[in-house]
Ligand binder design. Sequence first.
Ligand code: ARG
Length: 463
Amino acid sequence: MSKQDSRMWGGRFNEPTDAFVEAFTASVGFDQRMAMVDIEGSLAHAKMLHKIGLLNDEEHAAIENGMAKIQLEIKAGAFEWSVSLEDVHMNIESRLTQIIGDAGKKLHTGRSRNDQVATDIRLYLRTEINQCLLQLRGFQSGLLDLAEREAGTILPGFTHMQVAQPITFGHHMLAWFEMLDRDHSRLQDCLTRMNVMPLGSAALAGTSYPLDRHYTAELLGFDAPSRNSLDAVSDRDFAIEFCAAAAICMTHMSRMAEEMVTWSTAQFNFVQLPDRYCTGSSIMPQKKNPDVPELVRGKTGRVNGHLVCLLTLMKSQPLAYNKDNQEDKEPLFDTLDTLQGSLRAFADMVPNLKVNRDSMYAAAKQGYATATDLADYLVNKGLPFRDAHEVVGNAVASGIEQGKDLSEFSLDEMKAFDSRIENDVFDLLSLEGSVNARNILGGTAPAQVLFQVAACRKMIVRK
Ligand code: ARG
């Protein structure tokens, strides 16, 4: 090969790259997604090179103009991506040189694709995570509205999928809110560690040019330049962290999905999903299938897979950069798409659930949901809790035998279970009495739900 090889590193090679290998090693098919941040990074690098005198005024201006043209070409879909130029970085740099000539060749001074790509991914992910944070807040705010509206709506709370105690639907929505709030804080936390700039690390050892790394970092909105070049070009822990946070968030949404699927069955009939979020069956005319929650539940598996993929990708890599790292992008991008899509769907769908208050109430009436309240009542009358548990157990057994709820026994029948029982017991055995009694911080009482809604509303605008 001559020194005029079209490959940007062709100088030391004696034969062209095998066509299959060229396609096999190329990443441009998927990393062109980072084109805009790649240009942003290059512009900051060029500005810094100009500041320290490694680019003159004309060269710097030419780079800026050339990049502006390339940005337009990419936006218009007119940019010709070439697999033989391997990745987004070399495609853009090569086009720049094509447009502006020799000044384009100076852009890569003091830089390697290794610190370039590590910077690009961070820039890209930073914007996308901020988008996820906004989506989470939107979803949370919708949940607060729903919780407020349904603060007094009673449904059975379950443990082991068995009716346990009556709760309020508002309280249930606030549980979802809390899960999402931790997801929000995990993503924010991940942003903090991610926001460090690798540029200036060059291939692995740093560079001999007197780059002003603080200046470039400031231009790009990074908190600081990285402290160790080997680490900065090679670790992808920030991407792993993001995928871990995404996998947890998807897992939360998957749990919500599972509940929505169950609740919308004819057997439960607690909620109806908006029609625009469901599909029908081509053979069974009565069907309204909860496709969106089912898909979110299913897509959780693929995000969990991406997390394992990135962990495995990283686990045996020696310092510093290895080509393995090129495999980080597809799982990362798919995680982003899946998380953002799922958040978008749920943020719109969940607050628009149609809540069937009557079915929820009727379901809470079954299953002796207020049995604990009766036990607590007896404890207040001086019975040790374990004995109270026993008494109520007998009452429930007798209720099951006679097909009666606890609240349907007469006072005399009640007194037969324990003579301490008086007329005031019936207030407690009602579902309303039961939920209202739990007016403790974090409890299910409607008053508590309204208190939390107000506090959470303030919290999400502040943080
Ligand atoms: N496309 C590469 C990646 O995604 C860029 C870095 C390549 N560096 C190298 N020395 N081959 O990781």
